[in-house]
Design a protein around this ligand. Structure first.
Ligand SMILES: Cc1cc2nc3c(=O)[nH]c(=O)nc-3n(C[C@H](O)[C@H](O)[C@H](O)COP(=O)(O)OP(=O)(O)OC[C@H]3O[C@@H](n4cnc5c(N)ncnc54)[C@H](O)[C@@H]3O)c2cc1C
Ligand code: FES
Length: 350
């Protein structure tokens, strides 16, 4: 479900990013309640084309603010529009908060958290960081935050202010790849090997109960690999969010279906039917038939288009969003789902 909201404020955060705050009317406040770390889907017609993109909330649930940061990607359709054309007072359609990358706080917790972010990956992590500081008085946090330079570091000042306010609870490590950092351990690209040295010399990770990571796929994979294989960290205590993937390897269908297939789907409580042509994804076919199937990235990353397969065979070309367990339970990303049987029965109402 989307609501049309006004943009309250836009501020330049760095030379290549802006924060955008939305005005959520009182009547929609319940719909927009969120957990620290979740994201919104922004929908806008730009030069006649409908564009949907996901953006993590950087504000905290208790702040009453609804704010995201958009980093400009070279030639990026939405991020360039947001950084150069969008202005306060404009209206934009926003999908309700969602996502599995969030922190569940409890004021009785005495936990040690490790938060790892790179570039715009700080947005959900910043919300998680502020939420833990306020809601868990006995927990501690170590933040490792990689950027090219101090000037391009989103929320640098705010994070330093938090460090001053919570000197015993929060330790921060800025790592710069194109600028000299605080030590040689703080200089270079943030990835598994760099973190291993930082953990060994400066911040022991074995004290950590939960880890939240948000950044490029390469960085995230190298860190998860390090945590699981070198530090024997339980996968269930490692939470991560990817914004994009740079290594999409499309699987070629082992079994190819000769003709088209028919899908019977449950969407918003109604049963719909549509035809899926050879080589079309479930999402493409459903949208072409005029059905309002939820989606955002169309790249297998955000998980918004997830459906459950009840009958029939579907193969995904690319999947970053779904866990092994979800796939075992029959979940499929409809934007990546190619149908291998003449008939499928699916539901989007999960
Ligand atoms: C769950 C989720 C949360 C997200 N939260 C944020 C957020 O808080 N802030 C934010 O700035 N972005 C966030 N993103 C990324 C965002 O949704 C868009 O993908 C990004 O802004 C680019 O959109 P675009 O239309 O400008 O680029 P497009 O026109 O879609 O893409 C242009 C080119 O850039 C590449 N590309 C896309 N995204 C990136 C990227 N992040 N880094 C490098 N190359 C990229 C594409 O592969 C393509 O080749 C999030 C994504 C997801 C899935
Ligand atoms: S639309 Fe993002 S995973 Fe399918």
């Amino acid at each position: 479900m989307f609501h049309c909201l006004y943009i309250k404020r836009i501020e330049k955060e760095t030379s290549e990013s802006v924060s955008i705050e939305f005005e959520v009317p009182k009547k929609f406040l319940n719909d927009f309640s969120f957990k620290a770390g979740q994201f919104l889907i922004l929908k806008k017609f730009i030069r006649g084309e409908e564009i949907r993109r996901s953006y993590s909330l950087c504000s905290t649930p208790e702040s009453g603010q609804f704010k995201v940061v958009v980093k400009q990607i070279p030639n990026g359709k939405f991020s360039t529009f947001a950084n150069t054309e969008l202005k306060p007072g404009d209206q934009i359609e926003i999908g309700l908060p969602r996502g599995n990358f969030f922190v569940q706080t409890d004021s009785n917790n005495t936990k040690s958290y490790t938060l790892i972010a790179a570039g715009s990956g700080i947005t959900p992590v910043f919300s998680i960081l502020k939420t833990i500081l306020v809601e868990e008085p006995n927990s501690t946090i170590s933040l490792f935050y990689g950027n090219k330079s101090p000037e391009l570091t989103i929320f640098k000042e705010e994070i330093e202010q938090l460090k001053k306010k919570y000197p015993k609870k929060l330790s921060i490590h800025f790592i710069f790849s194109q600028h000299k950092g605080e030590s040689r351990f703080h200089t270079g690209r943030l990835e598994g090997r760099k973190l291993k040295k930082l953990f060994k010399k400066i911040a022991p990770v074995d004290l950590t109960d939960e880890i939240f990571i948000c950044g490029p796929q390469e960085m995230t994979s190298s860190i998860i690999n390090l945590l699981e294989n070198k530090f024997s960290f339980a996968p269930s205590n490692i939470h991560y969010e990817l914004f994009t993937t740079n290594t999409i390897e499309k699987k070629s269908n082992q079994k190819k279906l000769k003709g088209s297939s028919t899908a019977a789907a449950i969407l918003n409580g109604e049963t719909i039917e549509f035809t899926i042509k050879k080589n079309e994804s479930i999402l493409e076919a459903g949208l072409a038939a005029g059905h309002d199937i939820p989606f955002s990235c169309q790249g297998g990353v955000c998980g918004v288009c997830k459906c459950m397969v009840g009958e029939g065979e579907v193969e995904m070309e690319n999947n970053i969003a779904l866990s092994f367990d979800e796939i075992e339970d029959g979940a499929v990303l409809s934007c990546q789902g190619k149908v291998l049987s003449p008939y499928i029965k699916i539901t989007f109402d999960i």
